[in-house]
Design a protein around this ligand. Structure first.
Ligand code: PLP
Length: 357
């Protein structure tokens, strides 16, 4: 029976390894530093109580406020159920299964491959260089059949910005042939590095954004695609009729109000302060080989023995994200910036492990 049912599943879905979200990986504890979430809840009150009617497909106030925040026109903005949905909409709209491919640069965010595989679209990968930058010549060599290049800057999980010059080279090489998607999920932590203004020069550039990180709304599920009106119109052909529920649009709109933006920038300053105060301290710990700098609300630590540290912390209810399976990230664990108290708990817990030889 179940054998027969499994025969009905599309082959690429049968073979698919689903995205290993922090939630799926589980864990038990009170210090959650594994999903790059904002550490405390921000309060909102619903102002829209009318739920008998369908919502707008693209809630006008949300679109207009995001456009203003990003310095764009409203027709250059699409809102979706998280940036994750946007990653998938692009593949659905632009990639011919069995023919086109997408390219991305590991170690990076896991959803580019999961979305491509779900749709039967081939993936090309070009590993980052040893200093976690794009290997531009190698990328340029394998662009045939590539329809979408996904670049993540600042990159998850390394926490580093990609060199602007390298992104430009990829944009120059793909003009008229492929789309370049720059995933700026963490750009609020280093806003000066956004490439959104490049859209004027490069019509095939798409920038992805989210309310899940600096806006402290991962549970809301709300993200944005920024692109030429023509690309936005194409994505609107394949998006669900009502991607955002009325309460989501209501809260998103409040988060993007002037007061919402001020509060977001205060949260960013606070997390950046905590990050910059703790990284040098972690670097001094006996069990730590290296604590990497970061332009985001997370950073990597290379441990002398990451397995022992990861499971030891896990058993104490301090949950980090294991990165050891990723290329270039041997013995690395990713730490999301929590509250001062959470970071202090982590620091104290780490003093128990090993000693500097
Ligand atoms: C968290 C994250 C996303 C997903 O954002 P959602 O809006 O929560 O779907 C996309 N890209 C990167 C790099 C992320 O880290």
């Amino acid at each position: 029976m179940s054998e027969q049912l499994s025969q009905l599943v599309r082959k690429n879905v049968r073979d698919l390894t689903p995205y290993q979200s922090a939630r799926r990986l589980g864990g038990n504890g009170d210090v959650w530093l594994n999903a790059n979430e904002y550490p405390t809840a921000v309060e909102f009150a619903l102002t829209q109580q009318t739920l008998n009617r369908y919502p707008e497909c693209q809630p006008v106030e949300v679109i207009e406020r995001y456009a203003q925040y990003a310095g764009l026109n409203a027709d250059q903005v699409l809102v979706s159920r998280g940036a994750d949905e946007a990653i998938e909409l692009l593949i659905r709209a632009y990639c011919e299964p069995g023919q086109d491919s997408v390219l991305y640069c590991p170690p990076t965010y896991g959803m580019y491959s999961v979305s491509a595989e779900t749709y039967g679209v081939a993936t090309r990968t070009q590993r980052l260089t040893a200093d976690w930058q794009l290997d531009v010549p190698a990328i340029l060599q394998q662009l045939d059949t590539v329809k979408i290049v996904y670049l993540c800057s600042p990159n998850n999980p390394t926490g580093h910005l990609l060199n602007a010059h390298d992104i430009r080279q990829v944009l120059d090489a793909t003009a008229g042939k492929a789309l370049v998607v720059v995933d700026e999920a963490y750009i609020e932590f280093c806003p000066q590095a956004s490439v959104v203004s490049w859209m004027q020069t490069y019509p095939h550039l798409i920038v992805l954004r989210t309310l899940s990180k600096a806006f402290a709304l991962a549970g809301l599920r709300c993200g944005f695609s920024l692109a030429q009106p023509e690309i936005i119109q194409t994505l609107l052909k394949v998006i669900a009729p009502y991607p955002l529920s009325t309460p989501v649009a209501d809260i998103a709109s409040q988060a993007l109000s002037e007061a919402g933006l001020v509060a977001m920038r205060e949260r960013v300053a606070e997390l950046n302060r905590i990050r910059d105060s703790f990284i040098p301290r972690f670097a001094q710990l006996a069990c730590v080989d290296q604590a990497f700098s970061s332009d985001t609300n997370y950073f990597l630590i290379r441990f002398r023995d990451a397995q022992t540290v990861f499971s030891g912390l896990w058993n104490q209810g301090i949950i980090l994200r294991d990165q050891r399976k990723n290329p270039l990230l041997d013995d690395c664990l990713r730490v999301s910036i929590g509250t001062d108290a959470e970071m202090e708990s982590l620091y104290q817990a780490l003093t128990q492990f090993g000693s500097k030889e």
